[in-house]
Write a protein that binds this ligand. Structure first.
Ligand code: 5GP
Length: 112
């Protein structure tokens, strides 16, 4: 079981900022920017490489949640980045799909 499934199950604590029937969002324990939130589906999906057309509504919902959360925490107007690290070269370390919301400072491009 991944650490994120344990957070969904409330077996380990997290600083949760949003929760609904499809997903939840909480602050990253090792923030890479002043604001760093993770949005994860309740459904166990290993990575973005494994989503299917069945997940279309879920993925759209999660993206809308990132938009709402960015507004809620006050980074929307200045700008932010939504990132989905995928598999080894993508730098994924937890194999439960998640969207990072990063903001609160200028973010460089291209990424490392
Ligand atoms: P990835 O590298 O897979 O794209 O992102 C995984 C993220 O999960 C990392 O930014 C890491 O800091 C975060 N993370 C790992 N374990 C925990 C945890 O137990 N709690 C929280 N809140 N974040 C975690």
């Amino acid at each position: 079981m991944t650490i994120f499934k344990k957070i969904i199950n409330k077996e380990i604590p997290a600083n949760i900022v949003h929760e609904d029937d499809l997903c939840l969002a909480f602050y990253d324990v090792t923030p890479q920017a002043p604001t760093h939130i993770l949005v994860i589906p309740r459904k166990e999906i290993r990575s973005m490489a494994e989503v299917t057309v069945e997940d279309k509504t879920l993925l759209g919902h999660m993206l809308l949640v990132t938009t709402e959360l960015a507004k809620k925490v006050g980074i929307s107007e200045e700008g932010y980045r939504v990132v989905i690290n995928t598999n080894q070269n993508g730098g994924q370390s937890v194999f439960h799909l998640h969207m990072h919301i990063l903001g609160g400072r200028p973010l460089s491009w291209p990424p490392g």
